[in-house]
Design a protein around this ligand. Structure first.
Ligand SMILES: Cc1ncc(COP(=O)(O)O)c(C=O)c1O
Length: 404
C-alpha cells in the first residue's frame, strides 16, 4: 500500500502552523502560554467587510463563481493596482484564489518544469521552498544577514544563476525579517533578471503594513518590460485582518493567468463566493482600518525591538514592515546553561532547541529561525496585545538569565 508520494520527501509541514497549534493546545489545557507564533493580525475583520459578506449571503451569492473570481472583485483589484501602484491591468491579468498561499502554489504549478530553479532570498517565508519542491522545482536559497538588513544583492543573485534558473522570489516587506527593498536595490536586481531572461514573483502580502514613511515598491512599476516578467501576489489576509476568509489574488501575464486558471479549475475551483464579496468591499471600501492597525503595530514594534536589544545575548534589527521581529540570539547560544541543555537534548538545530525550551519551561511560543533558513534567530510576531508581548519578552529575558 502506498501511503506517501516521493515528492513529499522534499516537503515539510508548515512549522508556523504547527507551533500555533501546539501553543493553542497548551492554552486549551489551561496553561498560561504567550503565543508569539501567529502569522495573523489580532484585530477583528472590520464591520463593513463582514456586512458585505452577510449581504452576499442574503442575496443568494452562495453558488459557484468563475474559477478566476467574480468580475466585480477582479475589477476592484484592477482599481487597487491603479490607485496604489500606478499599474494598469485588465481582467485577463487577474486571478483570485483561496489565499495568497494558493495563488503562489498555482503560479508555480502553472510555470515550473521538473528541475527548474527558483531563487529564494533568505531568511524566507516558510512555504516558498516547499511549494517550489511540490511543483517539481528546485529552490535555491541566497542567504543574507542583519548586516545587510536581510537583503540580498544583485551580485549574490548573479552568482546563483544557472541555465535552469527560472524565477526570482521577492517578498518585500518580508516575513520573517520585515525588511523592505528599496527601488534602487530592486533596479539592480532587475537588471540581472532581464539579462538572464528570468521571471520575478513578488509576494506583496505585507504591502500595507509598512513603517517610518518607507515607500512600498514593486518592480513591475519600473517599466512595461519588467511588468511583463513580474507575477504579483497579494491578498486581503494581512491588510484587512481576514486570514480565515482565504482570499488572495495574483496579477501577471495573461498566459500565466490562463494556465493558473486551468490548475485551479482542476483542483479547488473558485474561492468562496461569500469571501469574494467581502474582499471586494475590503479593497474598494473605507481603508481607514489599515492605518489604525499599522499605528498599533508600529508602537509595539518599537517597544519590542528596544526590549530585545536590552537583553544580553540578543540583538534585533528594526524591521520596516510586516508584524514580526527577527532577533539574532546566536550569542545566547554560547551561554553555559544553553550549551549544557543543548548537548543533553541531542537536538542539532539551536533555534529549534531554544524555542522548544522556551515553550516547555517558560510557556512562550516563538518560531525557530531554522524554519526560515536561519538558525541564528527566532521569529516573534507582535500581532498580540501589548500586555502579552511584555509578558512574553520578560519570560525570554528570564530564560536567558537562567541560562547564564
Ligand atoms: C510572506 C507571506 N506570503 C503569503 C502568505 C499567505 O497568506 P494567505 O494565504 O493567508 O493569503 C503569508 C501568510 O503567512 C505570508 O507571510
Amino acid at each position: 500500500m502506498i501511503l506517501k508520494a516521493n515528492i513529499l520527501d522534499a516537503v515539510e509541514p508548515s512549522p508556523t502552523l504547527a507551533i500555533t497549534a501546539k501553543a493553542k493546545a497548551m492554552k486549551d489545557a489551561g496553561k498560561d502560554v504567550v503565543g508569539f507564533g501567529a502569522g495573523e493580525p489580532d484585530f477583528d475583520t472590520p464591520e463593513h467587510i463582514k456586512e458585505a459578506a452577510k449581504k452576499a449571503m442574503d442575496k443568494g451569492l452562495t453558488k459557484y463563481t468563475p474559477v478566476s473570481g467574480i468580475v466585480s472583485l477582479r475589477d476592484a483589484i484592477i482599481q487597487k493596482f491603479e490607485r496604489d501602484n500606478n499599474l494598469k491591468f485588465d481582467r485577463k491579468n487577474i486571478i483570485v484564489g483561496t489565499g495568497g498561499k494558493q495563488v503562489i502554489y498555482n503560479f508555480f504549478m502553472a510555470t515550473l518544469n521538473p528541475g527548474d530553479e527558483v531563487i529564494v532570498p533568505g531568511p524566507y517565508w516558510v512555504s516558498y521552498c516547499d511549494i517550489v519542491s511540490l511543483a517539481g522545482g528546485k529552490p535555491v536559497v541566497i542567504d543574507s544577514t542583519p548586516k545587510s538588513n536581510f537583503q540580498i544583492t544583485a551580485k549574490q543573485l548573479e552568482e546563483k544563476i544557472t541555465n535552469k534558473t527560472k524565477v526570482l522570489i521577492l517578498n518585500s516587506p518580508s516575513n520573517p525579517t520585515g525588511t523592505v527593498y528599496t527601488k534602487t536595490v530592486m533596479e539592480e536586481m532587475i537588471e540581472v533578471v532581464l539579462k538572464h531572461n528570468m521571471m520575478i514573483m513578488t509576494d506583496d502580502i505585507y504591502e500595507k503594513i509598512i513603517y517610518d514613511g518607507v515607500r512600498f515598491y514593486n518592480p513591475a512599476m519600473l517599466s512595461a518590460e519588467v511588468r511583463e516578467r513580474t507575477f504579483i501576489v497579494n491578498g486581503v489576509s494581512k491588510s484587512y485582518s481576514m486570514t480565515g476568509w482565504r482570499i488572495g489574488y495574483g496579477a501577471g501575464h495573461p498566459t500565466i493567468i490562463e494556465n493558473m486558471d486551468t490548475v485551479q479549475g482542476q483542483s479547488t475551483s473558485n474561492a468562496s463566493s461569500i469571501s469574494q464579496a467581502a474582499a471586494e468591499e475590503a479593497i474598494k471600501g473605507d481603508q481607514s482600518f489599515i492605518q489604525t492597525m499599522v499605528t498599533a503595530f508600529d508602537d509595539r514594534r518599537k517597544k519590542a525591538v528596544k526590549f530585545l536589544n536590552e537583553i544580553q545575548g540578543i540583538s534585533c534589527n528594526m524591521p520596516q514592515g510586516a508584524f514580526y521581529v527577527f532577533p539574532y540570539i546566536n550569542e545566547a547560544y554560547e551561554l553555559p546553561g544553553f550549551q549544557k541543555l543543548l548537548k543533553e537534548s541531542g537536538e542539532t538545530s539551536k533555534s529549534k532547541f531554544f524555542c522548544a525550551h522556551l515553550l516547555e519551561k517558560y510557556l512562550v511560543a516563538a518560531v525557530p529561525g531554522i524554519a526560515f533558513g536561519d538558525d541564528n534567530a527566532i521569529r516573534i510576531s507582535y500581532a498580540i496585545s501589548q500586555p502579552q508581548i511584555d509578558k512574553g519578552l520578560e519570560r525570554i529575558r528570564q530564560m536567558i538569565k537562567d541560562l547564564s
